[in-house]
Design a protein around this ligand. Structure first.
Ligand code: FES
Ligand SMILES: [Fe+2]
Length: 361
């Protein structure tokens, strides 16, 4: 049985998992532009230098505290608006106009990367781990579009488990299938859930399309850093890929962005086909998002009475609770030894209920 200090991360509004987080669409930050963003409670300036490289830097100038997003990009550097101190892409002060030599001051910068049309920032103390990616497309050149941007009244962890909430596919989305997930750790920061579907014989749709593919449907979800989920969905001959990039905002709520992805297809025809496929992928994503919208405005997540069908959810909770956590705004490593066991219901009760209901995660 896991030790009690493993129950601190899931659905916790004061801390989050060290990892990559989405910030801005790449095309919203042109060369020479700087923008203010707030990421996981911390204010940053994010700019694109002349080399094309994106720099994410703590917002406030160490001289007098002006927000650097008020300043100007010069080459790959940023110059503060207020008294024109200049910082390079590593945050080191390289020029103070009133002094002959700059003072030895610097500002913290954060690793950035661009993938699927999005700028991602590594929020962590350790060296960055892998960026989230779609498993089947790890090596592939991809086409993508950004889908819906949304805010939900619940924690990102809670929103993400919807994708592996097996029972609700019947009750909310009317799919006549019994979905059973197998989970597998992809790496220390990512876990996959893949379906082995059953049933569905009563459905004319399933009977009609069954000869076309080997399995009923592929459905798998890969969770990265407890905050970004990549869904693969469809019959063998056509897989749809949807990324749910989430981040926690004030009050433990969620701001999210969907990204629709498909492998690049050659030529003009390939381009046209991909526009159609990406549009279709968006409709698939919308269909699944729509049925649950209202629940996530009002839910007070509290898995007091798990059943067998909730097994994957418990596995995900355990996965999240094993990740390294940082504090909201300060981005400091959570020191578990000083933490108290939370009185949240997803801790001991869940384990007790598991035993009672005859299964263990
Ligand atoms: S506050 Fe930035 S240079 Fe003075
Ligand atoms: Fe759903």
């Amino acid at each position: 049985m896991p030790s009690t200090n493993l129950y601190l991360n899931f659905n916790n509004p004061t801390q989050f998992i060290e990892g990559w987080y989405w910030t801005l669409p790449s095309n919203k930050l042109k060369i020479g532009q700087v923008k203010a963003i707030t990421l996981l409670g911390r204010n940053l300036a994010i700019y694109r230098g002349v080399s094309g490289q994106v720099v994410a830097i703590d917002a406030y100038c160490p001289h007098m505290g002006a927000h650097l997003a008020e300043g100007n990009v010069e080459g790959d550097n940023i110059r503060c608006f207020f008294h024109n101190w200049k910082y390079n892409e590593r945050g080191i002060c390289v020029d103070i106009p009133s002094l002959e030599k700059p003072l030895p001051v610097c500002i913290k910068t954060w690793h950035t990367a661009e993938k699927y049309g999005m700028i991602w920032v590594w929020v962590g103390e350790e060296k960055p781990s892998s960026l989230p990616f779609v498993l089947e497309l790890e090596q592939a050149d991809c086409d993508y579009i950004l889908g819906t941007r949304f805010v939900k009244n619940c924690h990102p962890n809670v929103l993400l488990i919807n994708a592996i909430d097996a029972h609700h596919f019947n009750t909310v989305h009317n799919l006549p299938l019994e979905i059973v997930f197998d989970s597998q750790d992809l790496n220390p920061n990512a876990i996959t859930f893949s379906n082995t579907t059953r049933g569905g014989d009563d459905s004319w749709l399933i009977r009609l399309i069954r000869p076309l593919y080997r399995k009923e449907v592929t459905y798998s979800m890969c969770y990265w850093y407890g905050s970004t989920g990549t869904v693969t969905l469809g019959p063998d001959f056509l897989h749809f890929y949807i990324i749910f990039a989430l981040r926690m905002i004030e009050g433990g709520k969620t701001e999210g962005q969907t990204i629709l992805v498909t492998p690049k297809r050659p030529g003009f025809l390939g381009w046209v086909v991909n526009r159609g496929l990406l549009w279709l992928t968006q409709q698939v994503g919308n269909y699944f998002a729509k049925g649950d919208t209202q629940v996530f405005q009002t839910i007070q997540f509290n898995l007091q009475t798990p059943t067998k069908a909730d097994k994957s959810i418990l596995q995900f909770i355990q996965h999240v609770n094993h990740q390294k956590a940082l504090t909201w705004e300060k981005w400091e490593t959570v020191n578990y030894s000083n933490s108290q066991i939370p009185s949240t219901p997803n801790s001991e009760l869940t384990l007790i209920e598991q035993e009672k209901n005859g299964f263990k995660i």
